[in-house]
Each structure stands twice: as C-alpha cells, then as structure tokens.
Design a protein around this ligand. Structure first.
Ligand code: NAP
Length: 361
C-alpha cells in the first residue's frame, strides 16, 4: 500500500462557508459542521475517513463533532479521528473546534452512562487520550439524566472548564425547561453554557414546539444566550434521494440501516412526503439534502440555528451538503409547501430515552 501523501491544507479554506457566532459567546462555527457518529468507526477504511476529514477541513468545516460512544465499536471514532488529527491536522489545532460528549451508554456498571460527575469527568479523560489532545473545545452533557441531580452534572461541567480540559460546555437533547434550569445553575457557578445540540430536521421539529411555560427550545436558547447546533438535519439520510429509489440494496449500504435508522422509519407514507420535498428541491435548483440543510439554517430571526451538524459516508456527500449554503433563502410559498410535507417521521429516538432510566439499575 502506498503511504498517504503528506497533507497540506487548502490556503483558502476559510472562504468556502459562512461563519456564525454561537449565542453571545466568543465561539464561532461554520454554518455546516461534520459529525462522526457513523462512518468513522473500525468498520470503515481509515483512508475514506481521512479523505472526508481532509476535504471537510479544506472546505472550511473546521468543526468536528464526536462523542465517547461513536463507532462501531463504541470509542473507535475518537481513536480514528485522533490518529488522523495527529498525522494531518495537529498543526492546525488552534483553528479546529473539536467537541465530544458523555451521557449515553459507554462503560459497564452504574457509572457508565448518565450525568454523574464520576462518569462525565472520567469519560473526558478517556476521550482526550483517544483524541490525542490536551483539551476539547466543547464538552457536552450528551443527555439529561433524571436520576442525577442537575446541580451535580453542572458542577462537573464547570470543573471541566476550570481544569482546562474543555474551552466551552454545552448540553444535548435537554428540554426548554431543563435548559433554563441548567443555565441558571451554570451562571451561578460562573461558567455559562454556550451551546445546545438538539435533533432538528423537516421530519423532526420538536425544538419549535412550545414546552413548559409555552417556550420552545429554540426560544429558550435565544433567551439564554446559547447557540444551537442541529444534529441529523437529513433525518439520518431520509431527507436525501437515497431512499427514493426502488432498489432495496440502497437501504442496506448504510452502516446505520436497521440500527439507528430503523426500517419502520422508512414508511411508504413518509417516503411520499420525501418524494414531494425532492421535487421542490429540484425546482429550487438544489439536491434534497441541500434543501433540508438550508431549511434548518433558514432565517428564524434571533432563534436561527447556528450550525447544521451533518454526517457523510463519502466525499461526494460532504461536498453536496456543504453547497447547501449557496442558497439559504426561502419564499413564504416554499416554506408553506415544506410545512405541508413536514410530517413527524418518528426519528426523534433521543427524546423518550432521556426521560427515564427506569430498569437501568
Ligand atoms: P444526517 O446528516 O441527518 O445524516 C447523515 C447520513 O445521511 C449520512 O451518513 C449518509 O448516510 C446520508 N447522507 C449525507 N449526505 C448525503 C447526501 N448528500 N446524499 C445522500 N445521502 C447523504 O446526520 P447524522 O449522521 O444522523 O448526524 C450527524 C451528526 O450529529 C452525528 O455524526 C453526530 O455528530 C451528531 N449527533 C448527535 C446526537 C446527540 O445525541 N447529540 C445524536 C445523533 C447525531 P449513509 O451513511 O447511509 O450513506
């Protein structure tokens, strides 16, 4: 096998994608960021992973999002990214925004998931070793944990920033009410949360729905000076043309098929809506993936999303996705038409699981 050529980053990398400020903080993200949940585990050739990461960085996507459990197997995405970082990107450390998280199942026993100080702080130590870094830029509580006092989770996040092991902290999949409560504690401790990472797409609009006190998550984040990075804007690939072909093999070529992307999510009724959205995207001169990303990033005033956090299994998908930023404008008629097809597709698999840990102990 020929050795990988030495990587020299594209000198015009910051010109390709716009940047957006994260809430009221000093942190700035590219409008489209790359997540490594799938396609960066040990089941994928390292060279393909390297090609995607190099291309992303060359196109100005300087934010890479990880978590302790990404793989498969759990933990391998951090190790693979750490190797590519070490070999290709270390000299750009000051340009990169790297995030990781802890909250979902990782280690055996009662401190291997949730929001305890024991789990969060121990997991970050592991993550830093795998990532071959001294610090991450953002560390997240990956999910609310109803069995751990919110004060304990927040105190752990505060200590993590003070220890220098993360520059900023955030939360993921917390409700509007939980977000307000967590931010009140964090402000008291002197380390405000800067960012929330919720799922959000045309087929999953829970962040817009009024919660307790009639406030939506997007509104709560604005009120709390927090930015929002929306994960799974393509509904794990459903909002692309990938599942519109009649070839069942196109479903099976996804590493997530039957795991996080369940067959019952690809219902014929949902795919009919996806087909209509695909036609609309064509009329806009975009791919469906591009329109879906543009929709998440559309102007919603103060409550606009900061960054769309996409996944990609190839350089071609990555390039397609990034080109979404060329047209983020929608007419009122287009938005109304999208609303008619914005059916809930049952893909918010993160919601119920974070409301109870009954049976886990
Ligand atoms: P997504 O962008 O909704 O889906 C990505 C998948 O869609 C790709 O893996 C690919 O599927 C397909 N795809 C992407 N671009 C395409 C294109 N242009 N044309 C056709 N198909 C395309 O996002 P996601 O991967 O579900 O999540 C993105 C990131 O969000 C994750 O990596 C992670 O960083 C973060 N995330 C966070 C949480 C949390 O709890 N905080 C949960 C989930 C995700 P194939 O791989 O099948 O080709």
């Amino acid at each position: 096998m020929s050795p990988t050529p030495v990587y020299a980053a594209n000198p015009s990398r910051f010109e390709h994608v716009s940047h957006r400020r994260v809430g009221a903080s000093g942190l700035v993200l590219p409008a489209v960021s790359l997540g490594l949940w799938w396609n960066f585990g040990d089941d994928r050739p390292l060279q393909i992973q390297r090609d995607i990461i190099r291309r992303a960085f060359d196109l100005g996507m300087f934010h890479f999002d990880l978590a302790n459990n990404y793989g498969p197997p759990a933990g391998s995405a951090e190790k693979n990214f750490g190797r590519i970082f070490d070999e290709d990107l270390r000299r750009h450390r000051n340009e990169l925004i790297i995030s990781t998280k802890a909250g979902w199942d990782m280690f055996p026993g009662p401190h291997g998931f949730g929001g305890s100080a024991k789990y969060l702080m121990g997991s970050l130590e592991n993550s830093l070793r795998s990532l071959r870094m001294d610090y991450v830029d953002i560390f997240y509580s990956h999910r609310p944990d109803p069995d751990t006092p919110l004060e304990e989770t927040c105190r752990a996040l505060d200590r993590i920033v003070r220890s220098g092991k993360a520059r900023y902290v955030g939360i993921s999949s917390y409700s509007a009410d939980q977000t307000r409560r967590a931010q009140a504690i964090m402000r008291e401790l002197g380390t405000p949360l800067v960012i929330h990472q919720p799922s959000y797409s045309i087929l999953n609009r829970w962040v817009e729905e009024p919660g307790d006190d009639d406030v939506s998550l997007l509104e709560a984040c604005t009120e709390q000076d927090m930015g929002v990075i929306a994960f799974s804007p393509l509904a794990q690939g459903m909002l692309t043309d990938k599942y519109l072909v009649d070839d069942p093999a196109s479903r099976l070529d996804s590493s997530r098929a039957g795991v996080s992307l369940r067959e019952d999510m690809l219902k014929p009724e949902t795919l009919e809506h996806v087909r209509a959205l695909n036609d609309m995207a064509r009329e806009r001169g975009q791919s469906l993936a591009q329109m879906a990303i543009a929709w998440v990033l559309r102007d919603q005033g103060a409550a606009s999303v900061t960054s769309a956090l996409v996944g990609a299994s190839s350089v071609a998908q990555l390039e397609d996705n990034l080109a979404a930023t060329k047209n983020l404008d929608f007419t009122g008629e287009e938005l109304d038409a999208i609303d008619r097809h914005a059916v809930d597709a049952g893909i918010n698999i993160w919601w119920d699981a974070t409301r109870s840990t009954a049976g886990r102990e």
